[in-house]
Design a protein around this ligand. Structure first.
Ligand SMILES: CC(C)(COP(=O)(O)OP(=O)(O)OC[C@H]1O[C@@H](n2cnc3c(N)ncnc32)[C@H](O)[C@@H]1OP(=O)(O)O)[C@@H](O)C(=O)NCCC(=O)NCCS
Length: 174
């Protein structure tokens, strides 16, 4: 059974790093050259390394206010990084796509954000993820923009939002 739980930095950082490295490279950097992929991956290109400076760099870049993981049989199969009002990143392991894990992670994040007073959620969707976010109630808030994040430059993203206030049509607010 797949469970959603809080991230444990000591225990989970390396598995989460590997999950992000593999999924980001395949789904979001698929059109980049090998050299560009290395650049965009930043510290995640060392996700498999046992060397302490590499491990510490991943721990540092992952740190944020709200972090959830999906676990199946002791393995991390999904991760969401967020903070009040924002989903910062979301990755589900390839062989677990379309099992509802992304939706469960987003829902848990939204619940926690609403509890902390968020009215409207915002995020920068990779172009691959736009249909997923639309399926869970997000709407495009502007046109496509250029991405800055995890050391990457020049990748495209779609700003999206969702109104969490009871009674509001999803995505109409804010
Ligand atoms: C985007 C991603 C997180 C979705 O996770 P997931 O666990 O597969 O999503 P879910 O199973 O909860 O999907 C819910 C609904 O979203 C829609 N959806 C999900 N993936 C989709 C896809 N590739 N194409 C079209 N619709 C999709 C479907 O309507 C789906 O419901 P259905 O399976 O009953 O048809 C996952 O594909 C992923 O990790 N992608 C690579 C990394 C990435 O792009 N992350 C986003 C960064 S912002």
């Amino acid at each position: 059974m797949i469970s959603i739980r809080d991230y444990d930095e000591q225990k989970d950082a390396q598995s989460v790093g590997i999950l992000i490295a593999e999924t980001y490279r395949k789904y979001d950097l698929d059109t980049a050259s090998p050299a560009e992929q290395e650049k965009y991956l930043g510290p995640f290109r060392y996700a498999w390394s046992e060397e302490q400076p590499h491990r510490e760099a991943i721990v540092r870049i992952l740190r944020t206010e709200m972090m959830l993981v999906a676990e199946d049989k002791g393995q991390i199969v999904g991760v969401l990084r967020g903070k009040p009002g924002r989903v910062q990143s979301l990755f589900v392991r390839e062989d677990y796509h379309r099992h509802g894990i992304g939706s469960r992670l987003v829902e848990r994040c939204e619940q926690e954000c609403a509890r902390r007073g968020t009215k409207v959620m915002h995020l920068a969707a990779t172009l691959y993820a736009v249909p997923f976010y639309e399926a869970v109630g997000y709407k495009k808030s502007t046109g496509i923009r250029n991405y800055l994040g995890f050391g990457g430059r020049g990748l495209k993203y779609q700003p999206m939002k969702k109104d969490l206030r009871p009674g509001s049509a999803a995505g109409d607010g804010g």
